[in-house]
Design a protein around this ligand. Structure first.
Ligand code: FEO
Ligand code: CA
Ligand code: CA
Length: 712
């Protein structure tokens, strides 16, 4: 971590801040009575002249290994159509849209012609990614299984002439099936050859695509509920498919969790008689189809498999129409990468949200497991799940049975971030009177409503989270938020007033203006430390870093970012086991200056900065808590290609190979102007030749030219 002071010109003479810091320490002194926590994490201690202790005394911390030091040259912002990496690093394409997963299929033509084998090809929009070593139980860094989400589509490039409308919105069945197969999750075996190049092993029995029509199981409190009844699931136990999988989780028992994010946006309601408050709370309304609506409910000659994406009340009961089909999506879906025949399970105890991933704190023998998740729509919440059953390290290779044991019974909490820098976990349980009698199944299915009633804090679009393996502190990306109705169209509703945890509202563009409210244009990364034990119900928080253009005024660029580390719209976030924090962007606010990017950080600890009064257009200030300005401890590692988002990052256990997804290159192009042609003409620089070929989402493999560990 660096020791750069944060920009503090607005706070040095403000007595209110000192009062508040003192209150905070007083409160912390009370809260520490549990013992293990000590007062090392109270924000503002350094300002008060108290020395901060090492964080190593915390439960779950690994104080043995020295903190890693970043040792690469930060890369400059870029608008080029190639992947930019630091000197001494190279990348190659491993797995691109349409690539065969099995032997014997032709290579992908990338012109929209269809061979009908999309359940055996790479899907589109590669997102979260995780590496599971082979053989199972080893730390092998030369052969493993990659599991990755295929979140969504750039359908203009998927079909010969873009998506076809046969008239009145009716879609050709073949296109609908292709689109449904191109979503979901892929499991692929990969290996490094003697020459050091990685390749997909198309002959592997482990290769598998889980897509929108794959049979799966409902598990946890929603299983068997009458709210899950559909014509395809009369008992509410089975379901079909997973949809819009974005972030992920890796469980302590060796499985993968895929988070279903913008699933609601594929649904349609015919008329106002189909509207319900429960559907509205999840962004499904007859006023307009969702932003991912593709007419899947309309295909010529389609079956129920396709038609279920219309949730209208066309039948006499839930057994006769698909009014309950939206209840089948929005979960964390467990997949066993080592067992292609194990049916995936939707773990409903972790809630029904626009799920990003599910990120576990390090598992501690004899302690409950703790995992975090976020709901990525405007004004939605951050959640924590605590298992009923304590962790037994003998379960480390249990496979999907581990989820039955640890994920089907537990307590889901929603986060409240208080204005004094403390926080509370609000239990979403039937015995919480605030929930007004919701059953366990209703809490699982209507988790947003449960969190509304509990009084959780509305956030600026929670994206990915992660737990620092060095000290158990939790980080979450809050990607951005615009006031009013523009945004990215994701749920939410009206604009959100500023509060301590979401304190900025300003206009963006080259001349960012704090005197005009416009939202949290560039996003921020919040973090917290649990009080004493990971399953505590209280915490202290601060903001690790605020996104901003480096040349913005200090009142917006609150973390004093410079040209080596300025970023906008943090989205992907991942800690590797060394404790390096990786931040990835999915941005539309700084894209006049740079393509999306990935940064690396050694992020310090909660409370290493101080408080700050953030000005606003209304003349009011909002007091927030900001970590030490990151300085050189935050560096840009990669810049992607035109129109892409950078998402998903993983390393092999030896940290010598990194996998990163370049999602939706050329997203803002069309068939007359692709915007990007990446990864064609792929060479050492992964340059495209714009206009030459349709762009393709792909996984790249990054290595250091001298074979060393990435980033250090
Ligand atoms: Fe698919 Fe919220 O990112
Ligand atoms: Ca994302
Ligand atoms: Ca995003």
């Amino acid at each position: 971590m660096s020791h750069h002071p944060i920009e503090d010109s607005n706070r040095s003479n403000n007595p209110e801040i000192w009062d508040l810091l003192e209150q905070r320490v007083t409160r912390r002194s009370v809260l520490k009575s549990g013992g293990a926590m000590a007062i090392t994490s109270a924000s503002g201690l350094s300002l008060l002249g108290l020395s901060a202790c090492s964080s190593d005394s915390d439960g779950g911390a690994s104080g043995e290994t020295p903190e890693p030091r970043l040792a690469f040259t930060p890369v400059a912002k870029s608008l080029e159509d190639r992947v930019i990496l630091p000197p001494g690093y190279s990348a190659r394409v491993l797995y691109a849209l349409g690539d065969p997963l099995v032997d014997g299929l032709p290579e992908y033509p990338n012109d929209g012609s269809d061979d009908g084998n999309w359940d055996r090809r790479a899907g589109d929009h590669h997102d979260a990614i995780a590496y599971f070593p082979l053989p199972k139980g080893t730390q092998n860094s030369d052969r493993g299984v990659l599991v990755m989400n295929h979140e969504a589509l750039t359908d203009i490039y998927l079909h010969e002439n873009g998506p076809t409308d046969l008239g009145d919105g009716v879609r050709p069945l073949a296109e609908v099936i292709k689109e449904q197969f191109a979503h979901g999750v892929a499991v692929i075996e990969v290996a490094r050859s003697g020459t050091g190049d990685w390749a997909v092993d198309r002959s592997s029995d482990l290769n598998r695509r889980w897509h929108v029509n794959s049979e799966m199981e409902i598990s946890g409190p929603a299983r068997g509920s009458s709210l899950m009844t559909t014509p395809l699931s009369p008992n509410g136990i089975t379901t079909f498919g997973t949809l819009n999988d974005c972030g992920h989780g890796v469980t302590p028992w060796g499985t993968y969790l895929a988070g279903e994010e913008n699933w609601f946006a594929y649904f349609k309601l015919n008329s106002t008689g189909d509207d319900t408050p429960q559907l509205a709370r999840y962004g499904i309304s007859s006023a307009s189809p969702g932003f991912n609506y593709r007419g899947w409910d309309t295909p010529a000659l389609g079956s129920n498999q396709q038609r279920r994406f219309n949730a209208s009340r066309t039948g006499a009961s839930a057994a006769n129409d698909f009014r309950n089909e939206p209840h089948h999506f929005g979960y964390a879906v467990e997949i066993d990468p080592y067992n292609p025949n194990a049916k995936p399970k939707k773990r409903t105890a972790i809630g029904r949200l626009s799920h990003e991933g599910v990120w576990f704190a390090p598992a501690v023998s004899g302690q409950p497991l703790v995992a975090y998740t976020g709901d990525d729509s405007r004004n939605e919440y951050i959640f924590k799940f605590v298992s009923d059953v304590a962790w037994n390290p003998a379960d480390a290779s249990l496979g999907i049975e581990g989820g039955d044991k640890y994920l089907d019974a537990g307590t889901l909490y929603a986060a409240r971030f208080n204005g004094d820098g403390t926080g509370d976990w609000l239990p979403l349980t039937p015995d919480n009177p605030d929930l007004m009698g919701m059953s366990a199944a209703e809490i699982a299915i209507y988790s947003r409503i449960a969190a509304d009633r509990a009084g959780a804090t509305k956030m600026d679009r929670p994206e990915w989270g992660g737990v620092n393996p060095r000290n158990g502190e939790v980080y979450f990306a809050l990607t951005n938020s615009s006031s009013g109705s523009s945004g990215r169209g994701q749920g939410g509703g009206a604009s959100q007033p500023r509060d301590a945890a979401n304190p900025r509202s300003y206009t963006g563009g080259p001349d960012g203006d704090i005197t005009t409210a416009g939202g949290n244009v560039n996003g921020h990364v919040i973090r917290w430390r649990e009080n004493g034990v990971q399953d505590a119900v209280t915490f202290v928080w601060d903001i690790y870093a605020f996104g901003a253009r480096a040349d913005y005024a200090a009142a917006i660029n609150l973390s004093n970012l410079d040209d080596t580390n300025d970023f906008s719209s943090p989205d992907g976030l991942w800690f590797d086991k060394r404790g390096i924090l990786w931040l990835q962007t999915d941005d539309g606010a700084y894209t006049d200056t740079t393509n999306c990017m990935m940064l690396a950080a050694t992020p310090g600890t909660v409370g290493d900065g101080g408080s700050f009064n953030v000005p606003g257009a209304d003349g009011e200030t909002v007091t927030t808590f900001i970590g030490d300005a990151p300085g050189e401890s935050l560096r840009r590692f990669l810049v992607g290609v035109r129109g892409c988002e950078i998402t998903g990052v993983e390393t092999t256990p030896d940290y010598r190979t990194m996998f990163v997804n370049i999602q939706h290159p050329g997203e803002r192009g069309d068939l007359t102007d692709y915007q990007s042609s990446w990864p064609y003409a792929a060479d050492a620089t992964l340059a495209g030749t714009v206009g030459s070929r349709r762009p393709r989402t792909a996984t790249i493999v990054i290595t250091r030219d001298d074979g060393g560990e990435i980033a250090v």
